[in-house]
Design a binder for this molecule. Structure first.
Ligand code: CA
Length: 223
């Protein structure tokens, strides 16, 4: 899952990026409103963290632009502490949640999870498909036989993305973009290796290969 962090405070960016990566997210950053607005449309992130006080173009204008143009990606706005009007403006402009600065990173992580759950209509922190369940807090999975599977970071991110888009055919390029943030790490052939790991854990039919198109979870079995 990919997060775009738009924040001009470089120290805050440097502090947040490793925390978000540790939590299993791929992170892209922008440091002004103009780049941020462009990347919010271009990168198709799963979630955007948007500071409102930005050089170039204010965060509120960026958010209004996205919403006016049909960009519905979930947005958490970062506002100055005690600036209640900023929160109201942010929510009215189409933000999904807000966080006043300074904040604890744990609170940000909790809000990211909550916004994602709402987005995917899930009541708790688990995703499941065809007997496979993923707990997104503990980053562990259960296979159809009920056995617990420990996942590496990349395996976790890949499985989570597949489970969040169970009925879509996902190209290697798209999967790679959501697993890695550095373009030099982007070798789409590696995806095949991780897909095969997941098949070893969850059964070889769990993920179908669509020749020349990508991967898709096998259609859900009726119970
Ligand atoms: Ca700022």
């Amino acid at each position: 899952m990919k997060i775009l962090l738009i924040e001009d405070d470089l120290r805050l960016c440097d502090a947040l990026t490793p925390v978000l990566r540790q939590a299993g997210y791929a992170v892209e950053t922008a440091h002004d409103g103009i780049d941020g607005e462009f990347l919010g449309d271009e990168l198709q992130p799963d979630l955007i963290i948007l500071d409102l006080g930005l050089p170039g173009r204010p965060g509120l204008e960026v958010l209004r632009h996205w919403r006016a143009n049909g960009n519905r990606i979930p947005v958490i706005v970062l506002t100055a502490r005690d600036a209640w009007h900023e929160r109201v403006d942010g929510l009215q402009a189409g933000a999904d949640d807000y966080l006043g600065k300074p904040f604890h990173t744990q609170e940000l992580l909790a809000r990211i999870s909550a916004v994602c759950r709402r987005q995917h209509g899930k009541p708790d922190n688990s995703l499941s498909w065809n007997g496979v369940t993923l707990n997104t807090d503990t980053q562990t999975a259960t296979n159809p036989q009920g056995r617990n599977i420990e996942l590496t970071g990349v395996e976790f991110r890949l499985l989570r993305y597949l489970l969040q888009h169970p009925e879509e055919v996902l190209s290697k390029t798209r999967l790679t973009g959501h697993l890695y943030e550095d373009s030099d790490q982007r070798d789409s052939n590696v995806i095949e290796v991780y897909i095969n790991h997941l098949r070893q854990y969850f059964g070889k039919d769990f993920i179908e290969t669509r020749r020349g198109q990508g991967y898709r979870l096998q259609a859900e079995k009726t119970r």
